[in-house]
Design a protein around this ligand. Sequence first.
Ligand code: FAD
Length: 369
Amino acid sequence: MVDCLVIGGGVVGLSIAYEMAARGKSVRVLDRREFGSEASWAGAGILPPGGSKNLNHPLDQMQAASSDLHREWAARLSAETGVDTGYRECGGVYLAGKPGEVASLLGLQGWFAERGVEMHRVTHSELREFEPALVDDPDRIRAAFLLPGEAQLRNPHHLSALQQACRRRGVDLVPHCEVTEFEILAEQVVGVASRGQTYRADRYCLTSGAWTHQLLEQLSISNGILPVRGQIVLFRGDRQLFRRVINEGPRYIVPRDDGRVLVGSTEEEVGYHKGTTDEAIAELTDLAHSLVPQLRDAQVERTWSGLRPGSFDGFPYMGRVVPWSNVFVAAGHFRSGLFLSPAIAVAMSQLMCGETPTIDLTPFAPHRG
Ligand SMILES: Cc1cc2nc3c(=O)[nH]c(=O)nc-3n(C[C@H](O)[C@H](O)[C@H](O)COP(=O)(O)OP(=O)(O)OC[C@H]3O[C@@H](n4cnc5c(N)ncnc54)[C@H](O)[C@@H]3O)c2cc1C
């Protein structure tokens, strides 16, 4: 019997376990596979900046809190485990390739400005100075903006650090342990079953990513969590060609310190089918070649896909699962789960420890539909 049983060891579950253990709680995390091997591994690790003013909506507050916490957690995880999580405040470049995209970037600039985040337009010659590896073609790049506060995380390294830090805090991590059933008594879950064994806890937290849908259904909770596939191409390079994350519409190119370059991503509703398609990989490769011509000489090292946990209204599910008195959920963070994970961990731990979360979780209530 532990204080808290976390079901799903992606970035969300591991972060919650890490934070709950810091509060002195005994924690066990079950994952049906190896820890951190689904969306949290597959993601790009882009961390947009959080604002400092007009943070009226709880989602704005979560973003701002996460932005600060990532800096803190990277330092703390490195001190506790010796692992460099690859957290870098590298900055971002936002490009418009088509006329309509200029207007949407001006809108994004206004959205950031309202929240006190600097994003400014640069001329072609300034862009050349900042990122000389980018294509020098005003027909290809119609406008460019810099977002200096953008950061990135090497998510596989971050996940490895989180697991080590959890173990150091006494968290019991149980891989290859799929939860298939709940044992129920009145309005309480009293155990979960996996491979003929029952695991018991005071409270249960569902952090099973895109698969949370099925677990909530078993508890008779209808919900709009759905898998949204994203594909990635990884280039191997021998030196870093550019420093900032390059964004164009929903696509991005992320430079890692070791010369590798990650290009993503698609948004596909194909159920739980992972795998890549020739069309998407060709499209992402063309995008990379057209924006960074030197990548034509780089080898494609690997391609992959992951299933983001999407939600029907674009908001995540976070909170207690009414009417169950001891069941909580944190899932459905779509394209932002890596980014929001530390703030999710703090808010969910506050809630599960009986405190009022510093950030109001009402808009994310699991029973909203
Ligand atoms: C291509 C791609 C690019 C992305 N880029 C970014 C980005 O740049 N920035 C960002 O912030 N986010 C990004 N994301 C989104 C981010 O990866 C997700 O929002 C986040 O990883 C979700 O974390 P999670 O822990 O909820 O889910 P997951 O990482 O999917 O973890 C869920 C875990 O639950 C386990 N599980 C499922 N069912 C059960 C069960 N019944 N019993 C036990 N265990 C179970 C699974 O095995 C899995 O390990 C990207 C995602 C993809 C796919």
